[in-house]
Design a protein around this ligand. Structure first.
Ligand SMILES: [Zn+2]
Length: 131
């Protein structure tokens, strides 16, 4: 069975970040549809699911790749912000986080080092920061 599926998927696009992202509106529509008993939400979820499978089984790999790249380009600032929040949570014990007062660049500084002078990587200005 696994081998059959593997052979079926040869030359097909498969899953990507855009496809995984589309599962979110499917889930939201299913929940709304379930709570409000609205069949249009279920139909909407079904349409999106069909589109996800259409993309996964598509043999036009370059077109699907372009769609995914467009999605990644559009969501880059959001993904970057989410990633930064993750870093802040991960490093909260060892680092303090601040912004450059001149260019607003976010940066992290090791904790418990007293008062330090920070030179911004971007604008090269310096400022004091208590860690
Ligand atoms: Zn700066």
């Amino acid at each position: 069975m696994k081998e059959k599926f593997r052979k079926f998927m040869v030359g097909r696009y498969g899953a990507d970040a855009f496809g995984r992202f589309l599962l979110l509106p499917v889930l939201i529509l299913l929940i709304i549809g379930y709570v409000k008993l609205n069949r249009y939400c279920h139909i909407g979820a079904l349409v999106i699911l069909i589109y996800i499978y259409y993309r996964m089984f598509s043999r036009n790999i370059s077109a699907r790749y372009r769609e995914n790249q467009k999605f990644l380009d559009l969501t880059k600032p959001i993904r970057r912000q989410i990633n930064y929040i993750g870093i802040r949570i991960r490093d909260r014990k060892d680092y303090k986080f601040t912004r450059c007062p001149y260019c607003n660049l976010e940066m992290r500084v090791p904790k418990n080092k007293g008062k330090v002078i920070i030179k911004c990587k971007k604008c090269k200005n310096t400022f004091e920061f208590r860690t």
